[in-house]
Design a protein around this ligand. Structure first.
Ligand code: NAD
Length: 824
């Protein structure tokens, strides 16, 4: 079975590789055909091809900068012209190939003053200014030629053969198209697209927008200058009026727009279409050509705003942005890379850790520390607590609508920043795209749901045994909520406590996991800061493993703390619960799990396989609800094992930013070592590996074990990785007995063709959550989420969140004079 899975994976990889190679083979064949064209074609066709190549080079070079931005340059004729005219000035002194370099340099140099003068202006302003400047250059050259040197029109003395010019232009055109492709795929390309709409967004990508604009504008101008220099000897006479003809600018722009600017192929197609038209019409019907050009321009602008190659340009641009973001996610720590010094968020201010110490934040896929995070100590935690305590009264007294407004705004900002948030999950935790998209999307709902809680913390009016007394049982915020969150679903597990706690009128001190200080903490702070939480209402402190004990101590024992909301391992939860007990603090604990899926013999096998694959291996099994135990009735066990192995064999493991990837890296090397140790221990004690079993770099293969016994570590302990044990069972009773044979009790699932029986069996499972005919991994914002036994205490979600983050107070009103025993 393992072999068939591997073979399927190998086949898949080979097909992908071949598919990729086919494009290269086609490109190489096309280049060879283009290169030999002038040696076999008649002169007229070579001349025509030569003109078309120049058009392709110009249109592609123009698109390089003006395509993705809103900086529509009308200086194409000037850049092309200085390149072309340079030949006339330097003719004889420089060879033709050297003059191409000089033309490129002249174009780039001219672009610098144009760019520096005009790069603050966009759209029509930029177009007008660049046009004006290019006209200035044109008239200066013409004036100089006719009045100073008296040499209007110079004979180019370079006798360059048509074929040589063709090859030179072919190289420049290819360079322009390749440059357009490379720039688009790079961080710069993304920055340029972002500059089109929002320069700040470009900065988020870790680039300086001005630098990118100037550099790409200069590259675009250099390619146009080189084109001018290359084609100049096609004529024997350079007329400055021709070289600097503004019509060239319009023609180039129409070509680019006609073909479409959203893909590098767009300007090529546009140049070929319009280039052919112009060669045919311009030569034969000079005026008719102008009319045709005008009509085409109107048609392009009105009817084909995205060009004939860009029907779905908007979507494509969005897709491009998305792809680039994901490609960058591995390497660029987004907005936070920009902020060279990450800071703690205390009392509404971003500030350094007073000790100045920092700790590394590591990308699990590359193993690189992509940034450093401030390491708060106990004293800083105390300051955060004090700030939260000071902000408490005012925040809790705000009208529900005001608090709800802030929380709803946070949901909006969350959705707006969805791309950044998803990318950060990939960078910081190795989340594959599906997981990142799911988590970020879910959180928007979660925050919105929390906003509604502001109206739901209702109490009761109760009767009294004393006449004239009215009893009110009212819900009040607990004060300061300490939130300590883990790394596996940093947004959800942070926000499911932070958002309701804030909505219900508490203030919060949040300490994210040291593995996810940005996703679990500082990004959340950014969103709520922008949403307008007042200073001190949300405070985020990050700390390293060395300080966590001391910081955690303050988070639990500080006098201001009303409730501790902890999500993490059972061992840490137990320690914190002991501390909380000593200080009489309420604590909500969401801890580990060892969740089973019971598959009964009447189950839909296909559903069982899918539920097991998703439940056991989504996010590499690093989920508290992960279905790590499959308890399958004998008659189905072999078939289920075989189908699951086959499915696991098709899951692509690797780069989490690749949309095809299903299995990303394990979040930390310690975790990876623990998973391997669990599997090795099981194998040494007699477990059989049906598939997987090994780590590869930062990844761990999806692993299915059988013959797992209570002597093995992975039987009772949480592995927290992509490792599932399949155990055949005699009947439902044995399945229930084994399901309950665990120190945990978080989630469970039963898959059966008899839903009524499933519901009855669900009640016999000792677990906070049981899903019938579904996987174990499922949560909804309004559902009471939490475990029993070693999986925790208390609940999050919906009404349970109201109970967790408010306390009930009894207030009574005596409406008539009461008589006490001491009254006479
Ligand atoms: P962990 O217990 O190592 O850490 C959780 C959090 O506690 C982190 O923020 C960490 O910095 C902090 N912490 C560690 N020691 C502390 C101390 N002495 N005082 C105060 N804080 C301290 O867990 P983890 O490795 O981050 O997360 C994985 C675990 O979380 C797994 O066991 C998983 O099952 C569990 N988990 C449970 C749920 C749930 O809802 N039940 C959800 C997700 C994860």
């Amino acid at each position: 079975m393992a072999w068939s899975g591997r073979a399927a994976r190998l086949g898949h990889r080979t097909r992908r590789a071949l598919r990729g190679k086919r494009a290269w083979v086609w490109a190489a064949a096309l280049l060879v055909a283009l290169a030999i064209f002038p040696t076999v074609a008649p002169v007229y066709h070579v001349a025509l091809a030569l003109a078309l190549l120049a058009d392709v080079a110009l249109a592609s070079a123009w698109t390089l900068f003006s395509g993705p931005t809103r900086y529509l340059s009308l200086a194409a004729a000037a850049f092309y012209g200085v390149g072309a005219y340079g030949n006339a000035l330097l003719g004889g002194r420089l060879g033709w190939s050297a003059s191409i370099g000089a033309g490129a340099a002249a174009g780039a140099l001219l672009s610098l003053p144009v760019g520096l003068l005009a790069l603050r202006l966009r759209g029509p302003y930029f177009a007008i200014l660049t046009f004006g400047l290019s006209e200035l250059v044109r008239h200066t050259v013409i004036w100089y030629e006719s009045n100073v040197t008296g040499t209007v029109g110079r004979v180019t003395v370079l006798p360059v053969e048509r074929r040589t010019i063709y090859w030179g232009l072919l190289a420049i055109a290819v360079a322009a198209v390749v440059a357009a492709m490379l720039v688009r795929r790079s961080r710069w390309g993304l920055a340029l697209v972002a500059i089109g709409g929002d320069e700040e967004r470009a900065e988020v990508l870790g680039v300086r927008p001005t630098g990118v604009k100037v550099a790409v504008f200069a590259l675009s101008a250099a390619l146009m200058g080189a084109t001018g220099a290359a084609i100049a000897p096609r004529w024997t006479y350079i007329d400055p009026l021709i070289a600097f003809n503004p019509l060239i600018s319009f023609q180039v722009i129409i070509m680019a727009l006609l073909g479409g600017v959203s893909r590098p192929a767009g300007p090529v197609v546009g140049a070929l279409v319009l280039g052919l038209l112009s060669e045919i019409f311009l030569l034969q019907f000079r005026y008719a050509y102008m009319i045709v050009l005008g009509v085409v321009l109107i048609l392009v602008v009105l009817g084909l705003p995205h060009g004939i190659m860009g029907w779905r340009a908007e979507e494509r641009t969005e897709e491009l942005v998305r792809r680039l973001r994901w490609a960058l996610a591995r390497r660029i720590p987004r907005r936070f890379a920009m902020r060279r010094r990450h800071q703690l968020f205390i009392n509404g201010e971003w500030q350094d850790a007073p000790s100045g110490r920092t700790f590394p934040d590591v990308n699990p896929a590359t193993g690189e520390a992509f940034t450093r995070i401030p390491a708060a100590d106990a004293e800083t935690a105390r300051r955060a607590m004090d700030a939260a305590e000071r902000a408490r009264a005012e925040w809790s007294e705000l009208l529900p609508a005001v608090r709800a407004g802030v929380v709803l705004k946070a949901a909006q900002i969350w959705e707006r920043r969805s791309d950044d948030l998803q990318a950060m999950l990939t960078t910081e935790t190795g989340a594959v795209r599906a997981k990142a998209a799911f988590e970020v999307g879910y959180c928007a709902e979660l925050i919105r749901h929390a906003a509604a809680l502001t109206y739901q913390a209702s109490g009761e009016v109760a009767p009294s045994n004393v006449s004239g007394k009215i009893n009110y049982f009212v819900r009040k915020p607990v004060g300061v909520v300490s939130v300590i969150s883990p790394w596996n679903f940093p947004y959800i597990l942070t926000l499911r406590a932070v958002a309701p706690a804030l909505a219900l009128g508490n203030t919060v001190v949040l300490k994210p996991s040291e593995e996810t200080p940005l996703a679990g903490g500082l990004m959340v702070a950014e969103v709520f800061e922008e949403a307008g939480v007042p200073p001190g209402v949300l405070n985020v402190i990050t700390c390293s493993r060395e300080d966590v004990e001391a910081v955690g101590d303050v988070m639990v024992t500080h006098p201001a703390v009303g409730v501790v909301s902890f999500t993490g391992s059972t061992a840490t939860g137990r320690r914190l619960a002991e501390k909380a007990g000593r200080h009489l603090k309420r604590i909500v604990l969401e801890l580990g799990g060892k969740s089973p899926i019971i598959v009964l013999e009447d189950a839909d096998l296909d559903l069982a396989v899918s539920a097991a694959a998703f439940g056991g291996f989504f996010h590499q099994g690093q989920i508290c609800m992960a279905a790590t135990r499959l308890l399958v009735e004998h008659s189905l066990a072999d078939a289920l094992a075989a189908q699951l192995v086959e499915k696991l064999g098709t899951l692509k493991m690797g780069d989490p930013s690749d949309p095809q990837t299903a299995i990303g890296p394990i979040t930390s090397p310690t975790q990876l070592a623990k998973i391997q140790a669990h599997v090795d221990d099981a194998v040494a004690k007699g477990a059989k590996v049906l598939i997987g079993g090994r780590s590869r770099g930062p990844y761990f293969e999806p692993t299915l074990l059988t013959n797992v016994t209570p002597q093995m570590r992975c039987y009772y302990e949480e592995t927290f990785g992509p490792v599932v044990a399949l155990t055949p069972v005699k009947n439902a009773d044995e399945a229930i007995r084994l399901a309950n044979d665990t120190p945990y009790g978080l989630s469970a699932a039963i898959i059966t063709g008899d839903p009524k029986r499933g519901m009855a069996l669900a009640e016999r499972i000792q677990s906070g959550i049981v899903h019938v005919n579904d996987s174990t991994v499922h949560d909804e914002p309004h559902a009471p989420f939490g475990g029993i036994k070693g999986s925790g205490l208390g609940r999050h979600g919906g009404r349970a969140a109201i109970e967790s983050f408010t306390e009930i107070r009894w207030i009574s009103l005596q409406t008539e004079r009461r008589h006490y025993p001491f009254d006479r």
